[in-house]
Design a protein around this ligand. Structure first.
Ligand SMILES: NC(=O)c1ccc[n+]([C@@H]2O[C@H](COP(=O)([O-])OP(=O)(O)OC[C@H]3O[C@@H](n4cnc5c(N)ncnc54)[C@H](OP(=O)(O)O)[C@@H]3O)[C@@H](O)[C@H]2O)c1
Length: 261
């Protein structure tokens, strides 16, 4: 099985990525040095795709990644997001074009990059025309500040509409063996060579009786192996605040079956 996928056709990554969200925001459980060690170990173990967002711990998550990994290895792709605010309780979409442009600039500064490899609209804001939201990202792309545009939590209809405005390289929807509501979106991505980053890839498998089992594999490894087998465009981004779990999760590639399902 090919474990490489080129996002947007020109950004090759190892398909088993890492979601950084859980590295910040809970200092009681995970200290700064430990979080740095987990980010570095992920890269040592072969991760070349890390997912973060401007809203994760109000930018501290992006800063943590820069503190851990800058200067970045050339093959490392950092996917970040903008367009959703979180002040503690609720997540609120905020897709006004000037806000998206400001947030991209702040992500560039925090990540210490001169361009963002993959910039994902965290949520479509229902109060702002989609053309204005995608238009802001297209402008950033034309200015060289974004290499590729991604979307998160979209339907096939929204993805199709967005693709009429700008090239969309990646989609990030909630997806795992126990929650396949995004199957039509994933199938659309597969048909069009768009990367599909399933979020919440393993939590259901480790918290409840797993939907998929693989002999010799832990529930997390079986969940990741199932995702990697599901389609060559699937790039899981499992998250953890534990070095032990990180190492276990990266071991999922040892349990891949040859055929897709
Ligand atoms: N686009 C969006 O709207 C959106 C929303 C949410 C998340 N995300 C992205 O998706 C990434 C992954 O999402 P997620 O962290 O919510 O879900 P996840 O990766 O499915 O699950 C993480 C949870 O599973 C536990 N876990 C991880 N590895 C384990 C293992 N080997 N054994 C047992 N438990 C294990 C973690 O606990 P420990 O910390 O104890 O390991 C944590 O509680 C995030 O980091 C973020 O980048 C995107």
């Amino acid at each position: 099985m090919d474990l490489t996928f080129a996002i947007g056709g020109d950004l090759p990554v190892h398909r088993l990525g890492f979601g950084a969200m859980r590295l910040t925001g809970n200092r009681d459980r995970l200290g700064h040095d430990e979080a740095i060690a987990i980010a570095r170990r992920a890269v040592e173990l072969g991760v070349t795709l890390i997912d973060t967002a401007d809203s994760y711990d109000l930018g501290a998550n992006e800063e943590l990644l820069a503190a851990a990994l800058y200067p970045y290895p050339p093959e490392l792709v950092i996917a970040t997001k903008g367009g959703q605010v979180n002040l503690g309780a609720a997540w609120i979409p905020l897709g006004r074009p000037e806000y998206l442009r400001q947030q991209a600039e702040l992500s560039l500064r925090r990540l210490r990059r001169d361009h963002l490899d993959l910039y994902q609209l965290h949520r479509i804001d229902p109060l702002v025309p989609l053309a204005d939201q995608i238009g802001a990202l297209l402008l950033l792309r034309e200015q060289g500040k974004i290499r590729h545009i991604g979307l998160s939590e979209v339907t096939v209809a929204q993805l199709t509409e967005a693709r009429g405005i700008a090239p969309i390289a990646a989609v990030q929807n909630r997806y795992n063996a126990a929650d396949r509501a995004a199957d039509p979106v994933l199938d659309h991505c597969a048909r069009h060579g768009i990367a599909f980053l399933p979020w919440l890839p393993i939590a259901p498998a480790v918290r409840r009786p797993p939907t998929v089992t693989v002999p010799g594999a832990t529930p997390a490894q079986a969940a990741l192996a199932w995702l990697l087998t599901r389609s060559p465009v699937v790039l899981p981004i499992p998250g953890t605040s534990s070095l032990r779990h990180l190492e276990e999760n990266m071991g999922a590639t040892g349990f891949l079956s040859p055929a897709g399902g």
